[in-house]
Design a protein around this ligand. Sequence first.
Ligand code: UDP
Ligand code: MG
Length: 172
Amino acid sequence: MTETISDNIEQTLVLIKPDGLVKSLTGNIIDKLSESELVIVGAKMVSVDKDLAETHYKDLKDQKFFEELIQYIMGAYHTRRVLALVYEGENAIQRVRHITGDTNPEKASPTSLRGKYGRITTSGVFENVVHASSSFEDAKREIQLWFKPGELTKVIFDTKEEEVTKKEAVWK
Ligand code: UDP
Ligand code: MG
């Protein structure tokens, strides 16, 4: 009898946070993540508004660092830009978290992204250069928050057809 090894193909959201962008770490971070042999299925630069920031971090609403965290991800201390990426592949969530390292940059392995490039500010915010989804439920919620289905190179979650009529800027 042969044992069946089932692939656990997952998607996960990675954000290169404003400090990562200001420190010109985009290349280093993507290079390090490429060691995982995962595939990028979505990528875009985002100017984060309050609504997106608060929805993304809604589970941390009661934490004392919440307001500072919202300011940080909105770019108040660095630049109002975030690079949002969706990685796909076997055990993507855990593998990216491993490369990312502990939330606290001082506790993170020195070879992890946060251990290498993160810092704690004097006001106590962990400026840890990257975000990575921490569970399947979080990954699904976060990918659906940051990306529309058509912005990914493949359909990864169920979609539905909806008539959308709204004004938007187009090139003159
Ligand atoms: N954070 C912080 N102080 C803390 C815990 C978290 O400044 O004591 C910030 C940090 O930027 C972290 C983010 O809040 O990445 C989200 O926290 P979470 O506990 O979800 O950690 P993560 O999933 O990012 O490792
Ligand atoms: Mg988290």
